[in-house]
Design a protein around this ligand. Structure first.
Ligand SMILES: Nc1nc2c(c(=O)[nH]1)N[C@H]1C(S)=C(S)[C@@H](COP(=O)(O)O)O[C@H]1N2
Ligand SMILES: [Mo]
Length: 411
């Protein structure tokens, strides 16, 4: 199924409706690359992870956990371009009961609750609605959690629990308008086909305020980078919430419920909450602050062509390259420093692929005559928010966006 831009004819329905059959494929018992490992840079160790190619539609991934799958993108992938290939896009699920296949012909999306008319939409119904396309970064709230000091519980990701894709689908607003949202509706809740492993455990669901749900940007995507979604990334349909952390990007979405009262279920009321403090940061052990549901992303930037600890030639120019994103808005500038943040030099920005996309940057440094040099990269977004010099801390391990650095040693 190829997508050739906004003016293209309808997506090839037959190809889409064929769906995917992956029976047994998620029942991974051992990584195919047993023995092949990668070392992540995590201050609290242990840093070693297996690489795996055992997951359906996935190439080499860092195995963080098998069941439910937590797969991290190897960082070198981010040097190859601003769009993250589907087969190396990170994967995260909360519960291990995930359908091993989805019969697309039988698949229905329910739209129900505080609406004038309950809907049951087939994929063909969705494909017939106006199509929209948007580039956006999908980043786990806990991306870079492995850097938290002191360490916090949860997946010990390095920086690869993020990815950028071109998403194709329909506006959530268009779907809600078809159902007709009743006066007095305040929120919309999203649920997917996955289920908890134990009875009574909270099904994974997330919700958005009505204004946000109807902003015309939030979308239901059936394609990612011009192809159908990999099963483990939410085939056949997922929510895209541009600029917000991916906990809201509900996968295998089959149920939309319009609510006339705020959502007070587990994943909004208890989990994925951040301190209501500047930068969502507190001191370990601190109490007496309020919390809010995690929401908008903050700016980040990374070196992709040099890694910490690399060796360079004395006095030689060092070409630098990387990616940045603004979070909930665009990138205003990316700057480099070789004096610990005393002075900053603008990097050049690559093509603008849209407000919520990764943006490539390029720059240059000069290696010293001897010793080592530490380089810093900092993104400032179009709201004027810059990455902080000090690492933030909260007990969820959420929203890390400290300025990244690489130390280069002269050979
Ligand atoms: N149905 C469903 N959707 C979900 C989740 C889940 O557990 N179930 N996890 C969320 C979280 S926390 C993340 S980080 C993203 C990960 O998206 P990806 O696996 O496509 O990278 O999916 C989100 N959507
Ligand atoms: Mo996440």
């Amino acid at each position: 199924m190829q997508f050739h831009g906004q003016s293209a004819p309808a997506v090839d329905r037959r190809a889409f409706l064929r769906g995917v059959g992956l029976a047994g494929a998620l029942a991974v018992t051992r990584p195919a690359w047993a023995g092949d490992t990668v070392r992540l840079k995590l201050p609290g160790g242990p840093e070693e992870r297996d690489m795996t190619t055992a997951f359906p539609e996935k190439g080499p991934m860092i195995l963080q956990r098998t069941r439910p799958p937590l797969l991290e993108t190897p960082f070198e992938v981010f040097d190859r371009g601003v769009f993250t290939p589907n087969d190396q896009f990170f994967v995260r699920w909360h519960w291990a009961v995930i359908p091993e296949q989805v019969d697309v012909a039988a698949f229905r999306l329910a739209v129900r609750g505080h609406v004038n008319q309950t809907l049951s939409l087939s994929m063909a119904d969705l494909l017939a609605l106006p199509r929209v396309e948007l580039a956006a970064v999908n980043q786990c709230s806990g991306n870079s959690r492995g850097l938290f000091q002191p360490r916090v519980p949860g997946g010990q990701w390095e920086h690869g629990a993020m990815g950028n894709a071109k998403w194709t689908g329909v506006r959530l607003r268009d779907v809600l308008d078809r159902a007709g949202v009743k006066a007095g509706s305040v929120a919309v809740r999203f649920n997917g086909l996955d289920e908890p492993v134990v009875d009574g455990a909270p099904d994974f669901m997330k919700s958005l305020d009505m204004d946000h749900a109807r902003d015309g940007e939030v979308m239901l995507a059936y394609q990612m980078n011009g192809a159908q979604l990999p099963l483990v990334n939410g085939f056949p349909l997922r929510l895209i919430v541009p600029g917000w952390y991916s906990t809201y990007w509900v996968k295998m979405l089959n149920d939309i419920e319009v609510l006339d009262a705020p959502d007070d279920t587990y994943w909004m009321k208890t989990a994925y909450r951040i301190p209501d403090t500047p930068g969502a940061s507190v001191k370990p052990g601190q109490t007496g602050f309020g919390t809010v549901p995690i929401n908008r992303m903050v700016p980040r930037s990374f070196f992709t062509n040099v890694r910490d600890g690399a060796t360079v030639h004395a006095g030689a120019p060092v070409p630098l390259r990387g990616i940045a994103f603004g979070g909930d808005c665009g990138v205003a500038r990316v700057e480099l420093s070789s004096d610990g943040g005393g002075t900053w030099q603008a990097a050049s920005l690559g093509r603008d692929e849209g407000t919520y996309s990764f943006r490539q940057w390029t720059g240059q440094a000069t290696a010293p005559a001897s010793g080592a040099v530490t380089l810093l990269v900092r993104c400032t977004n179009t709201r004027g928010v810059a990455q902080p010099a000090e690492a933030i801390w909260n007990s969820g391990g959420f929203m890390q966006n400290v300025i990244e650095q690489v130390r280069l040693t002269v050979a």
